[in-house]
Design a protein. Structure first.
Length: 230
């Protein structure tokens, strides 16, 4: 049944609203990273004098150029690690559009869902991003200790986090935040397994950018399936 949910979400990947959410998330991420680079580059140039005098070497007139190139390389390396979590956080702001697109196609009989305010969405996205980064940083110790099974630890950890986040995001549109948490606890193992399925693509560059969209769509199907079976 979980695979059916996933393949139903995958089949809708060409939906214009899905592509729009992806474009917003990636676009905002690129703008943020570009702004950070411009800020770091400007600060580095401002703090570095035009001429630096070193003992035994003398005056160096290209120190500011060296610092600028070093900041460029630093931001490029950081962007590799920041691209996915930051894009996921931005994309999460618009995942309600994904859930609505799924419901419009597969559950057209449903009444309008309760809208999640921008403040609530921003708060939830930032909380999720902080937990995601902190948990994975803490798990680095386990990755180093248990190197052969590190991918499975990664998938299990992120599957748990993704499952909880996306299921509750979808559910609270229909039944509110408190009832969504209760529904999550009642179906935690199934949600964790589905989250693990979502976590596997995180291991592949570029494909991992689709995870928030596929996750929201998959858990929209899963939520309505478990609610119907009650």
């Amino acid at each position: 049944m979980i695979l059916n949910d996933f393949f139903a979400a995958l089949a809708q990947l060409t939906d214009p609203r899905f592509r729009g959410v992806l474009a917003k998330g990636v676009g905002l991420t690129l703008l943020l990273l570009f702004a950070l680079f411009a800020l770091v580059s400007t600060l580095a140039g401002w703090l570095t004098p035009d001429v630096v005098t070193l003992p035994l070497i003398g005056d160096i007139a290209w120190a500011d150029d060296l610092v600028s190139w070093a900041s460029l390389i630093l931001m490029f390396v950081l962007s590799i690690f920041l691209m996915v979590p930051v894009a996921s956080a931005f994309t999460s702001l618009f995942l309600e559009e994904v859930a609505q697109a799924v419901e419009d196609r597969h559950f057209p009989h449903l009444p309008p869902a309760e809208r999640i305010t921008l403040a609530e969405g921003l708060r939830d996205s930032l909380n999720f991003l902080a937990i995601l980064i902190a948990a994975n940083l803490a798990a680095l110790i386990l990755y180093l200790i248990f190197i052969p099974i590190a991918p499975f630890i990664f998938w299990a950890l992120n599957g748990f986090l993704l499952g909880r986040e996306y299921f509750q995001l979808v559910a609270m549109r229909r039944i509110g935040r408190v009832a969504a948490k209760q529904a999550y606890r009642a179906n935690i193992w199934q949600i964790w397994l589905a989250g693990g399925l979502m976590a596997v693509p995180l291991s592949f560059p570029l494909i991992n950018l689709l995870v928030p969209i596929l996750g929201a769509a998959t858990f929209t199907h899963l939520y309505h399936r478990v609610q119907t079976s009650r």
